[in-house]
Design a protein around this ligand. Structure first.
Ligand code: FEO
Length: 395
């Protein structure tokens, strides 16, 4: 679909298939858009970013009385194939189109799509389109090393690529027109997108936000999600906060990763949730694998404490809980206050495996407790005592 953003800037918005997994990993049951932008100067027309394999923006161009032959320059902020997969077909039709991108991206254009001689931008290089000037600002590792953002000087528009993006499909195009339901959706979908996609690159996000302070940004046009024009500062500050969770402090909340086969671990977890609720501390209970690793990442990323409630399974920790901890580690969920407990029967083993994983993650471990069967009153008291230490730390 096409939307006019300013008199010479258009949004081309494409919705990904909700039944598929984003990056082959992350559920998008509430959808996600891929956004590209067309900027028309009096002399040149530029397309900023593209779309996935099997899709094109031919219809959007046609609505404007244009074809791919009317695009003078293709700017590629980032090469991940959600934005570039369709280029194989595009380049077949426009083999000689000039491509502007970073040095790293130029190598990827070649290796992915066989396109040589991309123009490698210099930091803050300007491209004059006739009454419209685009400025290229490298933003490495937001999300890949190839990434840059593009600034439209006269209009104060930042084409920010993955930065400031979100999951979640909305009818609204701008932050100023969101319904209450859409606002609610984006509250979680923005954080889930950040934790799933951008979180490991948080130090680079903070650097990029710092370097963008020199620009007078009136509107942010990301490559996923809505356009921010009403309160640009809000999304910048939100992303800064999300990036700051990498080093902390995080929110005074607890994520409780719960895996339970027959309820003997869940019943103990329920006691902890009740204790936290009584003390006014928010607990995000995420059942693994039922609720999904994507949601676990979202909740754990913002939480200052991680409680792992997982039983022993064949002498080790419940396998999905092991994978969950490994994933949290890979995504940079580190340094949180933490504990483990879980039911076992003919042997323990989960606590020892938890401790090994927790050390890798740099978690501040209070205790790790395997207990037999449903657990005794003494087991319950020991687990609650460990949990109380975490609650004290959060208060
Ligand atoms: Fe939306 Fe990193 O691509």
């Amino acid at each position: 679909m096409r939307f006019s953003v300013t008199k010479n800037t258009s949004l081309f918005r494409y919705q990904l298939d909700r039944s598929k997994l984003f990056e082959g990993s992350w559920p998008i049951k509430d959808g996600v858009s891929v956004n590209a932008y067309l900027v028309r100067g009096s002399e040149k027309t530029v397309l900023i970013d593209y779309v996935e394999e099997g899709a094109s923006f031919d219809e959007e161009l046609k609505e404007m009385g244009l074809t791919v032959d009317d695009i003078d320059i293709l700017v590629l902020n980032h090469m991940e194939p959600d934005h570039t997969g369709g280029l194989r077909d595009f380049f077949a039709r426009r083999p000689d189109i000039p491509v502007y991108c970073t040095k790293v991206a130029s190598l990827e254009v070649l290796s992915l799509y066989g396109k040589k001689d991309a123009h490698v931008i210099k930091p803050m290089e300007e491209l004059e389109l006739g009454g419209a000037t685009l400025v290229f600002v490298p933003a490495p590792n937001v999300h890949w090393p190839d990434t840059m953002v593009t600034y439209y000087k006269e209009e104060g528009i930042l084409f920010s690529c993955d930065a400031f993006g979100s999951f979640g499909e909305t009818e609204s195009v701008y932050d100023t027109e969101l319904s209450e339901a859409e606002k609610k959706l984006l509250e979680t979908e923005t954080e889930r997108y950040y934790a799933n996609i951008v979180a490991p690159f948080s130090s680079f996000v903070l650097k990029a936000i710092d370097s963008l302070k020199a620009l007078d940004i009136k509107m942010i046009c990301p490559s996923h999600g809505i356009i921010y024009k009403g309160d640009v500062a809000r999304i910048v500050s939100w992303y800064s906060r999300l990036a700051s969770y990498a080093q902390g402090p995080q929110e005074k909340e607890i994520t409780l990763l719960l895996s339970s086969m027959y309820g003997n671990t869940k019943s103990m977890a329920d006691a902890l949730s009740e204790r936290a609720e009584a003390r006014g501390v928010k607990v995000h209970v995420v059942r693994i694998p039922d609720d999904g690793f994507s949601v676990l990442l979202e909740k754990a990323w913002r939480s200052a404490a991680l409680v792992v409630a997982a039983p022993t399974y064949e002498r080790n920790m419940f396998p999905e809980a092991v994978y969950a901890m490994d994933l949290l580690c890979r995504k940079g969920v580190k340094g949180r206050k933490s504990m483990h407990f879980g039911s076992s029967l003919w042997s323990g083993g989960a606590a020892a495996e938890y401790r090994a994983l927790a050390e890798k993650m740099g978690l501040d471990v209070v205790d790790a407790i395997d207990y037999r069967g449903a657990g005794s009153e003494a087991d319950r008291e020991k687990i609650l005592a460990a949990f109380d230490k975490i609650l004290e730390e959060l208060n």
